[in-house]
Design a protein around this ligand. Structure first.
Ligand SMILES: [Zn+2]
Length: 352
């Protein structure tokens, strides 16, 4: 038992450490990202450009003019989408790179990677500046300054006339998601998730097998192919699949094939039944991390499989722990797991 507690504390610390490393890698370099010097690939004569650009666009893109400050149509644009070169359509910036610089022109703190913007020394007008042009068509965009207020320190000051904006519908994460998990006896797992803040509902049942509408007795016989599972509906504003899986890997042993403690059989297997590619990725990422960090002495055997169907268990199996606290199995097996969960996730318990 001492070993188990140590193991789970280590698991928790390992997760914290991983999060910190990940944050550290987000820091942006102060240098411009691309110093691409590849040649312009789109050539047109001035007359040809005039056919596809209006007079104002031609003046800025081809003659390096500057639009009057506070006149550009994209200055205050905050919609989600991509900013493209108005001359050739090359994708240069996305909405999350734009910030309000109060300089009168649309400003960006970084560019889409890939050498799409070329930097040229510009000593015109008695100033020393860095001109930015579209690498593909050579169109003048504006200038690049190193006085940006964000972590990149850069300010791409761009004429609205040099850009076309293409709106994209931002994928809005839905508030509630569902995940189905098998971690041994569902009475234990259900009781724990009932306590986690952000969990809307938990149901005990069966999944992953071949028999339709199985009873608890049938599943116990180990011939249905089903695992005892819990189906969790969670609120993405209050918790996440990441947290739900951290709890999962803390309160059951994912290294014993078809067994949890004294419960032996395929129905007690460790399994994550995902509903989409994002859930699949989150699950496999965590398992890979656990194995890489050697959080457990043995490799994780948790199966990651697509969800097909969930059969809810009989009513007297729902909320079993809370209804049967004095029962021997509850006292011996479930209560220690709950105490461990309460200790490690004490800030994340429902407050009611
Ligand atoms: Zn271009």
């Amino acid at each position: 038992m001492t070993k188990l507690i140590y193991q789970n504390t280590f698991l928790y610390v390992a997760f914290l450490t991983l999060s910190l490393i990940a944050c550290g890698q987000n820091k942006e370099s102060k240098k411009p990202q691309n110093q691409d010097t590849s040649a312009v690939t789109i050539f047109k004569t001035p007359d040809e450009w005039k056919k596809i650009l209006n007079k104002d666009q031609f003046g800025v893109l081809r003659n390096k003019e500057t639009e009057a400050p506070y006149t550009g149509k994209l200055l205050y644009n905050k919609e989600h989408g991509v900013y493209k070169c108005a001359g050739c359509g090359s994708e240069l910036f996305t909405d999350d790179m734009k910030f309000d610089s109060h300089c009168g022109w649309p400003s960006f703190d970084k560019e889409i990677e890939g050498g799409k913007i070329k930097k040229i020394e510009d000593n015109s007008h008695g100033m020393h500046r860095t001109e930015i042009v579209c690498a593909k068509c050579g169109g003048h965009l504006g200038h690049l300054f190193d006085d940006g207020p964000t972590s990149t320190g850069m300010r791409y000051c761009v004429n609205s006339l040099s850009l076309n904006f293409e709106k994209t519908e931002k994928v809005v994460q839905q508030q509630y998601d569902t995940i189905t998990l098998g971690g041994g006896c569902y009475w234990c797992v259900e009781a724990i998730y009932e306590m986690l803040d952000g969990v809307k509902s938990v149901e005990s049942g069966f999944s992953g097998g071949k028999v339709a509408n199985p009873s608890y007795r049938e599943v116990c016989m180990g011939t249905t192919g089903h695992a005892e599972v819990v189906q969790i509906v969670y609120d993405n504003k209050k918790t996440s699949l990441d947290e739900i899986l951290k709890v999962f890997f803390t309160v059951h042993d994912p290294t014993t094939l078809n067994r949890q403690g004294a419960d032996v059989g395929e129905q007690y297997r460790s399994v994550i039944l995902y509903r989409n590619a994002a859930q699949q990725k989150t699950a496999t990422d965590i398992i890979n991390q656990l194995n890489k960090e050697k959080v457990y002495d043995e490799p994780v055997v948790t199966a990651v499989q697509p969800f097909k169907v969930f059969y809810k268990a009989e009513d007297d199996h729902q909320d079993y722990y809370n209804a049967n606290k004095s029962n021997g199995y509850c006292k011996m097996v479930i209560q220690p797991k709950i105490e461990k969960f309460e200790k490690l996730f004490k800030d994340r318990l429902k407050k009611n």
